[in-house]
Design a protein around this ligand. Structure first.
Ligand code: ZN
Length: 139
């Protein structure tokens, strides 16, 4: 996965051919996650299943539901390009389907983020790419 800069300098992903379906689905508001016929869901997208090394996995649409497994808050601006966003929370979200996925938490203050907090996927379009974020789930 390469990176490019947004007009205001923020890093944005350049999808590889392998990851392109993930980003194309995100642009439609859908969360597409790799699924192995033997081992089930996994993340991140890669050419072979991390458990059995099979290459016969396919993309399946996940619910977009999950919970915060772990998180941290950047209050410093470790990446100067993101200084305008601080403070912001970055979490490892455990999806309802099982895999864990890193993502920014949006839709609440950073001091309201908790481990175990139910969240759901949100999609943010930035200069031709859609990024998957997670926001608190209202039930
Ligand atoms: Zn497998």
């Amino acid at each position: 996965m390469g990176l490019r800069k947004s007009e205001d300098g923020r890093p944005l992903p350049i999808p590889t051919p392998l990851a392109a379906p993930f980003f194309e689905a995100a642009a439609e508001g859908r969360l597409l996650i790799p699924h192995c016929p033997r081992d089930g869901w996994f993340f991140y997208p890669r050419s072979r299943c991390p458990t059995c090394l099979g290459d016969d996995w396919d993309w399946r649409e996940a619910s977009g539901q999950g919970e915060v497994h772990a998180f941290t808050v950047d209050r410093v601006g470790h990446d100067p390009a993101l200084a305008a966003d601080i403070p912001y929370a970055v979490a490892v979200v455990e999806l309802a389907e099982g895999p864990r996925m890193p993502a920014r938490i949006v839709g609440c203050g950073v001091d309201d983020v908790r481990v175990g907090m139910p969240v759901e996927a949100h999609y943010e379009d930035i200069e031709g790419i859609t990024l998957v974020r997670f926001a608190p789930r209202e039930n």
